[in-house]
Design a protein around this ligand. Structure first.
Ligand SMILES: [Zn+2]
Ligand SMILES: [Zn+2]
Length: 301
């Protein structure tokens, strides 16, 4: 994991004008002497992010911030973030995946506005729903010709069409080729939901939606280190910052090769690493790892 640290100074949080003057003075001096300087975010506040690999600058920055805080009561916000590196993906037990984004120039899913309804805030933690927190009320009607369109970032479609594609609300659509590569044993925890071919109005034989049988919104609280408040057990919203890996207990996963970290079971989908490797080796297109988690083994469920 590559750890990065972000320092933010907001004018309205300062105890007095003298504190903000010290911030401005420090930011100017820092920016004059370092390649990577503070940036003014929308003209509202100062922000600088340094990674662990810039250890000398980071040490200097944290010492200076401490000094500002102690001498001038300067208010500072710091946040840390761990970004997986190639070695982390290689070691991961499960890989969270997305597909290729085909939002442009015409939509893949034609009934998104009817099929998805927004949810109320979480009854446990009160988090307002995001783009993924929608309830799917009907099968997706899919324009399959879109699978042969270039991706939103301009990559040409493979001759056979894309295999793994992003739908609205973090949902995943898979080609026939991808579906045929998935294990069929029910213990694998894989649920295939038909989609409707917009051209015929009938269930499609050449694509379907992928869901997991099991949702695990809350990572293992014993092994996942969180700075701040814990994940919500109901909606899975992160109310803190994860340091290091997300861990999920083996006891919850069982023999499953697909799990969702979203209550819908249809978004934040993760494949067991050996299955993910097989899918890549088969040349599936569009499959993109976007996160990962590790399995912890202990008696606590
Ligand atoms: Zn919640
Ligand atoms: Zn654990």
């Amino acid at each position: 994991m590559l750890r990065s640290c972000t320092i933010m100074f907001f004018p309205h949080q300062q105890p007095d004008e003298a504190a903000w003057e010290q911030v401005e003075r420090f930011v100017t001096a820092w920016n004059n002497h370092h390649n990577q300087g503070f940036e003014s975010v929308a003209g509202l506040y100062w922000q600088l992010t340094l990674t662990q690999s810039q250890s000398a600058e980071l040490k200097q920055l944290l010492a200076a911030v401490r000094d500002l805080r102690e001498r001038y009561r300067v208010a500072v916000l710091t946040s840390q973030r761990d970004t997986p590196e190639p070695a982390d993906y290689a070691a991961a037990d499960f890989l969270e995946v997305l597909g290729v984004d085909l939002k442009e120039p015409r939509p893949l899913v034609q009934n998104a506005s009817e099929a998805f309804v927004s949810t109320d805030p979480c009854p446990v933690c009160g988090a307002a729903g995001d783009d993924f927190d929608v309830v799917q009320t009907q099968p997706l009607v899919v324009d399959l010709s879109v699978l042969r369109q270039p991706s939103a970032d301009g990559a040409a479609a493979p001759a056979t069409g894309w295999d793994v594609v992003d739908g609205p609300g973090g949902r995943l659509l898979l080609s026939r080729r991808a579906l045929d590569l998935l294990p069929t044993d029910p213990s694998a925890g894989i649920v295939i939901q038909p989609v409707i071919d917009a051209a015929t109005g009938q269930p499609s034989d050449s694509a379907a939606q992928l869901l997991a049988e099991l949702a695990i919104p809350q990572p293992c609280p014993a092994h996942t280190r969180v700075v701040g408040n814990p994940f919500c057990r109901r909606c899975g919203t992160a109310h803190g910052v994860v340091e290091g890996y997300i861990w999920i207990p083996q006891g919850q996963i069982g023999a499953r090769q697909l799990v969702s970290r979203h209550p819908s079971r249809a978004a934040l989908l993760s494949f067991a690493h050996p299955l993910h490797r097989r899918l890549l080796a088969a040349g599936l297109t569009g499959l993109q790892p976007t996160g990962l988690f590790m399995i912890c083994r202990h008696e606590t469920p």
